[in-house]
Design a protein around this ligand. Sequence first.
Ligand SMILES: [Zn+2]
Ligand SMILES: [Zn+2]
Length: 156
Amino acid sequence: MKRNTKQQSYICEAVLELHHPTARAVYDYVKQKCPSVSKGTVYRVLASLVQEGKINQIQITNGADCYDWDCAPHHHLVCETCGAVCDIPADKIKTFRNNQECADMYIRTHTILFFGQCATCYAQTKKELSERGEIQDSERTTQENDTRLSFISINT
Ligand SMILES: [Zn+2]
Ligand SMILES: [Zn+2]
């Protein structure tokens, strides 16, 4: 029991330290500190932390789920270049903020997943484009962001 508590605290630490880690990344982190930990324990503890509402599980379309210590409502962008999962504050997204648009249903929460490039990769892309003299900037990007907007789930 004591060992489990210690493993559990390393698992929490991994979710805090790593940025939106997958279960696999949490396991790799905990294994460094606690070589006897099993994959099953990591997955079980993560699942129970999610169930207790202590961490958030983010379902990534075509990717492994990842975990987030920040349970406040916010959205995520998946970088298609480096795979990073980045936070987007909820108030940056102006659509669908309340139930009024769907009065005959009850919406408990919603999740929006964006696909595109993280700040680092996008800066690199812009640099490459401007080096090639191809920068057309904001119009192009806005359009692209719109078409890539993808709803993954609306929990009821
Ligand atoms: Zn990136
Ligand atoms: Zn997040």
